[in-house]
Design a protein around this ligand. Structure first.
Ligand SMILES: *Cc1c(COP(=O)(O)O)cnc(C)c1O
Length: 960
């Protein structure tokens, strides 16, 4: 990229950077003074060790204004060509109902929310996710579904490992229907290898030897469209003590006997075609549903029902302690960020249509497919025998190229299936969807006939849309009232508004979550994602139709490489956890390429994010924990000792930098050198990149590979728990080991279903970098550091601040420690977190990385006024704790313990607490006009886990 290099300037040139950064230049001066630094540069000098400081400005294109950047994105988008894609293979055209597009996908109340770990302020999205789970459970006929997985292929891999854990059979193999989607098989192969699972791929009716496998994956309908009865195969798998998994299309399940009724144990799939645009591969919500008894081994998040302190029903994430944050190296899955926003959209699609609407859509698609097949027969070609739902596969032999190219002339993509895959002959696949009209079907016929036209009406009468009697669904689904109440758009709009009003997202207040970087997700960044040129592309269109995406990926990769100091970037991993996994696989493959496959030990400091050890375990590595010293730094002596002790088998160390404690450890270069000297590679977890963009580069001070969370530093909104993107950067020697895909097989296999992961959200990060430019990005980093130090400085008289560097500084986040107050008063960190809700804030990160503490990351986007409001709330809370210390209040009766306060408290006629209602509901400084009320009181976590209810409860459960 021959872009002009921007020279160092004091303030960024563009209007956008000024707006992205919250504090004004004058505020920055005041804050610098408050932290006792000479100027901003001097502060940065005290925070970032000179030994790692980047000595030159990043070579990035000059900053563009919002208008200019949007124009640039238009140019890129124009290089994508939007054809009708009937390729299928797990991705289908769909109609995102405009009421959902405008009120969910384009609504910051939904897309800027955080993962619902603070359930009292997340009831709206938790209800939406419960609706998603109910929808999946109903459609699959299995009782328990989780709240989304990353994509269908990784969901299949998660099901495989679940099967290994849960099966009675201790066989080493896993059977895979050879007619699963190719990308599903590719990801399964990647995942199986490091775990020592041998995949047996074949025809389930012919090649399955149940004794040799702990489970089997079948696909229903299969990738070529066939609907086969799996009952006999499932029985065989069960008889040998195995687990039966089915990948199933949720729209097909509207008409077909669902997996649960067929005896299957686990169902997985994608809910993409429930209103979520194809987006060149993602993001979409995958699903997993299981039979009773398997819920506690299920990966991902599960929304459950509990009760609040007034006994009212309330949603929360169930079994939270089983998440990887706790399980670490015992983890069985590394899923953290998932696909919440997309699960909400899919659920609302079902709410919007209801069962009768889904049946109508499914029947229409099915009838169209039957008519399409009848027409093809008239044209003298014979589709594969057997029942189908929406996909017709036709052997065509050497006519394939002509037919495909004639279809393309009509701007229609069909699936190209090489000879020997769906039969001896080359074939063409045609998958229909809810957007397919009669004209498209007629055009497909023309592509086959090469001339003479068939009319839809003529053929329709001769079609036979019957499904095999034994596989016709008779059971009801989506009977819950939520799927019946919102047929008018007015009602639907209000329902979406009602749910989002229950939640506290970034559109209301600062979300100071340490390690999560909840910064501005600017509107201009979001706008391109719904342009059809980005949203409507199938991931497997011919390359010439996706030149815009190729350009986008290339530009973003180059900019990320420059920002991180790496030589090559893969955009495939669709979450930070997946980036970790891909990076560790690259390390494994690199060692293997040098004849050192025995290098499998991964050193991980005790303070690491839970996904680190989980990913290492999944990559087949042995985790060895390195201690931390009192100051939260990695214990260098311990690192040296462990690296030396394991030198023979050392694969790598995984180090988060700056540390999860929010400190730039001075010894980072030494740590990296130690690992290298013992033959290991260095994985630097780049999730905290927001502390160093423009100031230091991971690749310059010792990293061999890092993931970068685009949903943190690079402005992809958190979506209530996804989507995310976790690309990895690598040094040149690891570049050959980046993930491959079907079109570009590599030494390392695919880690996501789609080659570019969640491609359609890449414009967000690209827009951010384009609009910020070098100076803007650097300014953002500097202000992020300043803001954290400002908050630390202002809070220090009230709460001890843990882990500063030698100069008394923190990096981009700070940990405040109320543990002594728990000792002296009984006030818990949860009391503080919940009391912050009364002040209108989302709590900071609770108990990570240090139990009992709060980690605050303000980010550069929060204004000084908002930082001050937050600090004032923390100080006011400290005073409430003082009242307990001084014996004026008893902790159990205090507003802290009763927080959050709700309208139920406000209207409580039996108020007998030792503080006033107004004190509870409108604490100091809270504006009554703008007061946010949590809809429920404090939620009982234990109750929820003991009484696991994870589908929509009957309305009667809600009482009055
Ligand atoms: C957020 C985070 C991760 C995991 O990223 P996901 O996208 O949620 O999978 C890993 N490491 C650190 C330090 C993080 O903060």
């Amino acid at each position: 990229m021959n872009a002009p290099v921007r020279t160092q300037t004091e303030t960024p040139a563009t209007d956008f950077a000024r707006r992205h950064v919250g504090p004004s230049p004058r505020d920055v001066e005041v804050m610098v003074e408050a932290v006792g630094a000479k100027n901003l540069e001097a502060l940065i000098g005290e925070v970032i060790p000179p030994s790692i400081r980047l000595a030159r400005p990043l070579a990035l294109p000059a900053a563009l204004s919002e208008t200019e950047a949007l124009a640039r994105m238009r140019e890129i988008a124009a290089q994508n060509q939007v054809f009708v894609s009937l390729i299928g293979q797990g991705y289908h055209g769909t109609v995102l109902p405009p009421v959902i597009q405008r009120n969910v996908l384009e609504n910051p109340a939904w897309y800027t929310a955080y993962t619902p770990y603070q359930p009292e302020i997340s009831q709206g999205r938790l209800e939406a996710l419960m609706t998603f789970q109910t929808m999946v459970a109903d459609l699959t006929g299995l009782p328990i579904a989780n709240a989304s997985l990353l994509d269908e292929a990784t969901a299949a891999a998660e099901a495989m490992t679940l099967a290994r854990r849960a099966a009675k059979s201790k066989a080493a193999g896993f059977f895979v229907d050879r007619n699963v989607h190719p990308q599903t098989l590719a990801v399964l192969e990647t995942r199986a290898a490091p775990l020592g699972i041998s995949l047996v791929v074949g025809d389930p009716d012919k090649n399955l030897e149940p004794e040799a496998v702990f489970g089997a994956l079948l696909q229903y309908p299969d990738t070529f469209g066939a609907v086969r009865d799996p009952r006999a195969v499932i029985e065989k798998v069960h008889a040998a003590g195995g687990i039966a998994v089915m990948a199933a299309d949720p729209l097909a399940l509207v008409l077909l006997v669902p997996p649960g009724e067929l005896g299957c144990d686990v169902a997985i799939g994608s809910t993409q075609r429930f209103g979520v645009p194809m987006g060149f591969g993602g993001p979409h919500a995958a699903y997993m549903a299981v039979r009773k008894g398997l819920e506690r081994t299920m990966p991902g998040r599960l929304v459950g029902l509990s009760v609040d302190s007034r006994g009212n029903p309330a949603y929360r994430l169930a079994l939270q302690t089983r998440e990887q944050h706790i399980r670490r190296e015992k983890a069985t899955s590394n899923i953290c960020t998932a696909q919440v926003l997309l699960a909400v959209i899919a659920a609302m699609y079902a709410v919007h249509h209801g069962p009768e609407g889904l049946i109508e859509i499914a029947r229409r698609v099915h009838r169209h497919a039957a008519v399409l097949a009848a027409g093809l027969r008239r044209l003298g070609v014979t589709p594969l025998a057997g029942a189908i739902f929406d996909t017709v596969t036709v052997p065509v032999g050497d006519r394939q190229a002509d037919i495909l190219s004639r279809a393309r002339e009509a701007r229609i993509n069909l699936r190209e299936i090489p000879a020997g895959i769906a039969g001896p002959e080359a074939a063409i696949g045609i998958a229909l969807d809810e957007t397919t009209g009669e004209a498209v079907i007629e055009a497909v016929w023309r592509a086959f006939s090469g001339g003479g036209a068939l009319r839809y009406d003529e053929v329709a009468g001769t079609a036979d849309p019957r499904l095999p009697p034994g596989l016709v669904r008779t059971s009801a689904f989506l009977e819950h009232p939520v799927f019946h109440k919102y047929r008018s758009e007015t009602e639907m709009m209000r329902y979406l508004r009602k749910l989002s009003d229950r939640d506290l997202a970034l559109d209301r207040a600062m979300i100071p979550l340490g390690s999560c970087t909840m910064k501005l997700n600017a509107t201009a960044e979001m706008m391109p994602i719904t342009w059809p040129e980005f949203s409507s592309l199938h991931p497997f269109v011919p390359a010439e139709q996706a030149k815009g995406y190729a350009l986008l990926a290339d530009e973003l990769s180059r900019m990320l490489a420059e920002i991180t100091g790496y030589d090559a970037v893969s955009l495939q991993p669709n979450a930070g956890s997946q980036g970790e996994y891909a990076g560790l696989l690259a390390i494994r493959a690199y060692h293997a390429s040098r004849g050192e496959e025995h290098r499998t030990v991964c050193l991980i400091p005790a303070s690491a994010h839970g996904t680190n050890p989980a990913s290492a375990t999944m990559a087949g590595m042995t985790v060895v924990v390195v201690g931390c010293d009192r100051d939260g730094n990695i214990d260098l002596a311990d690192l040296r000792a462990k690296a030396a002790a394991h030198a023979e088998k050392l694969a790598c160390a995984m180090i988060t930098y700056p540390s999860t404690h929010g400190v730039f450890e001075e010894a980072i270069r030494e740590m990296c050198e130690t690992v290298h000297a013992n033959g290991g590679q260095v994985y630097l977890d780049g999730a905290n990149l927001n502390a160093q963009v423009g100031l230091a580069r991971l690749g310059d001070y010792g990293g061999d590979v890092s993931h970068i969370n685009l949903h943190k530093t690079f402005c992809i909104p958190h979506g209530g728990g996804g989507p995310g993107m976790g690309p990895i950067g690598v040094k040149a020697h690891l570049a050959p080991f980046l993930p491959g895909d079907a079109s570009r097989p590599g030494a390392t296999g695919a880690v996501s279903a789609a080659p570019l992961g969640s491609a359609s959200i890449l414009p967000i990060s690209t827009m951010y970098v384009l609009m910020m430019g070098e100076a803007g990005l650097r300014r953002a980093t500097e202000v992020a550091i300043l803001s954290a130090n400002y908050v630390a400085k202002r809070l220090a008289p009230y709460f001890p601040v843990l882990y500063r560097n030698g100069k008394g500084r923190v990096a981009h986040e700070c940990i405040v420690d109320p543990r002594a107050l728990k000792e002296s008063t009984g006030t818990t960190v949860d009391d503080i977190a919940k009391r912050l809700i009364d002040y209108g804030f989302h709590a900071p990160t609770v108990s990570f990385p240090v139990a009992g503490t709060l980690m605050i990351e303000p980010t550069e986007s929060e204004s000084k006024a908002e930082l001050d409001r937050f600090v004032a709330a923390m100080i006011a809370i400290r005073k409430e704790i003082s009242a307990i210390e001084e014996g004026r209040m008893e902790v159990g009766a205090s507003p802290l313990r009763h927080a959050p306060h709700t309208v139920h408290d406000l209207a409580d006629d039996d108020w007998s607490r030792p503080y006033k209602r107004a004190e509870g509901c409108f604490p100091d400084g809270v504006d009554r006009l703008d007061k946010y009320f949590a809809p429920v009181n404090r939620i009982d976590a234990v109750y929820g886990d003991r009484h696991l209810v994870c589908a929509c409860p009957p309305v009667s459960a809600y009482g009055g």
